[in-house]
Write a new protein. Structure first.
Ligand code: SF4
Ligand code: SF4
Length: 449
């Protein structure tokens, strides 16, 4: 059969075979890395996406053969360490992803290599514990938002001396922007059930009731964004339930290759989501990565699990949901405030959900509002921007985004991903906060925070 250049069909990613022993076999992994690296070396179209591809191409170009066979196997890990599993190369660029017969799925191969390394525990002790700590967002963020501790951490994060000591002990870069901690998390600020007396209006694709997966970050670091989402839904006549008994989505553990921990978190969360779905709710979160986890990553890890695929089918991005309801004539377009010139960063983990430009489309409904959309990686990428070995790379990746925002001289700016928004503000030395699109929308509706 003739091999064609690129796919004409939509990407169809293969299930992740993480429960098979071969998945962790380093000899087989190295053979697959060599095969895929060779295809990438011949292609090179992902060179500007992240630092993984430039690292690979530098290794090839500096090898004695100028080919992948000249790169030492022990240097492969340098490429893997630069991948933060944003999925952009696979979902937006690669013509060789399945169903193409070359079956290149670069992030899935990076995940496999990370998982094998995690099982073998070959990281240094400091990095092993640092990574375990910063990926345990559920317990870590809960502890750091305890009254008293939250205020102490927020003020300590401004001290360059303490941050330098912190970098030596924890491996978290002294300049990396740390999230702010709130002593009163969203689940303590907001009622668990709101608007239950509102009449439920079913849409063509939506049930008309929303259960909010608060997420660790939304709960402890950005409760105001969760509140904006609640206000917007109630304003549009949609009853809301907060899923206060949910756990971390597992994305930070996935990024680390700790797939057993991802599976444990999934086992805790799926029954919580299923209960809400059985009671007629759709589900959404304010963090694109957490949404992606249950829409794509968990179903790929558990392809036979019908409950997981049922959850995936009921999970929405907030603006995808609002746009769907708008098309059904079920959304208010009475706005009290215009937003002016908005600079909006589309988060990678939202873009790879293949839902189109729903945030831009919805914000553009607001009168006297023009939206400049920036589709480049912010560089935050989970814990990548926090680590001492990758913070500088993250800031380099962020530069084109910062330039675009500065050039557009916006009245307001922000990202679907609040962490990306904070990194962008940090890169621009902006002491004020970025404004998440949900907060922008709440402001346009005249809803207070
Ligand atoms: S998944 Fe993202 S970070 Fe990883 S190689 Fe692809 S583009 Fe780079
Ligand atoms: S991941 Fe695909 S598109 Fe990107 S460099 Fe490799 S082969 Fe080319």
């Amino acid at each position: 059969m003739a091999i064609r250049e690129g796919n004409l069909e939509a990407p169809k990613r293969h299930p992740i075979k993480w429960q098979e022993p071969d998945y962790y076999d380093t000899t087989k992994i190295n053979q697959e890395l060599e095969r895929v690296f060779d295809i990438c070396h011949g292609c090179r179209r992902c060179v500007s996406l992240c630092n993984a591809f430039p690292t690979l191409f530098d290794l090839v170009d500096e090898s004695p053969t100028l080919e992948v066979d000249g790169v030492k196997k022990e240097d492969y890990q340098a490429v893997v360490d630069q991948c933060y599993l944003c999925d952009l190369c696979a979902e937006t660029k690669c013509p060789y992803i399945p169903p193409h017969e070359w079956a290149v799925d670069f992030p899935q191969l990076m995940l496999r290599t990370k998982a094998s390394k995690f099982k073998a525990r070959t990281s240094s002790i400091t990095k092993f514990w640092r990574d375990r700590l910063i990926s345990s967002t559920g317990s870590l963020l809960k502890t750091l938002s305890t009254p008293g501790i939250a205020q102490a951490i927020n003020s300590a994060s401004k001290s360059s001396k303490l941050r330098a000591i912190g970098q030596k002990i924890t491996g978290i870069h002294a300049n990396a922007p740390l999230p702010r901690f709130h002593p009163k998390p969203a689940d303590k600020q907001l009622e668990e059930h709101i608007g239950q007396d509102l009449p439920v209006k079913k849409g063509s694709k939506t049930t008309g009731k929303v259960a909010i997966y608060i997420t660790c970050y939304g709960n402890h670091n950005e409760p105001a964004i969760v509140k904006s989402l609640v206000d917007i839904l109630i304003h549009n006549g949609i009853p809301v339930q907060l899923l206060t008994d949910s756990n971390c989505c597992g994305m930070p553990k996935l990024e680390l290759g700790d797939l057993d921990s991802v599976a444990k978190l999934k086992e805790k969360n799926i029954p919580v989501f299923r209960r809400a779905i059985a009671n007629g709710y759709d589900i959404m979160s304010i963090i694109p990565s957490c949404t992606l986890m249950y829409r794509e990553e968990i179903p790929l890890m558990f392809p036979e699990d019908r409950e997981a695929s049922d959850v995936a089918n009921h999970f929405f991005d907030p603006f995808e949901y609002l746009m769907g309801r708008y098309k059904d004539g079920l959304i208010s377009t009475e706005f009290k405030n215009h937003l002016g010139n908005v600079s909006y960063h589309a988060a990678c983990h939202q873009r790879v959900q293949n839902i189109g430009q729903k945030t831009r489309e919805f914000l553009s409904l607001i009168p006297d509002t023009s939206v400049t959309m920036i589709e480049r990686c912010s560089g935050h990428d989970g814990t990548y921007a926090l680590k001492e070995e990758s913070y500088e790379h993250a800031m380099k990746i962020a530069r084109p985004v910062l330039r675009r925002i500065q050039e557009s001289q916006p009245d307001t700016y922000g990202s679907d991903c609040p962490m990306a928004g904070r990194l962008i503000a940090h890169g621009m030395n902006d002491e004020s906060n970025p404004e998440s699109p949900l907060k922008m929308l709440a402001r346009a509706y005249g809803l207070g925070n």
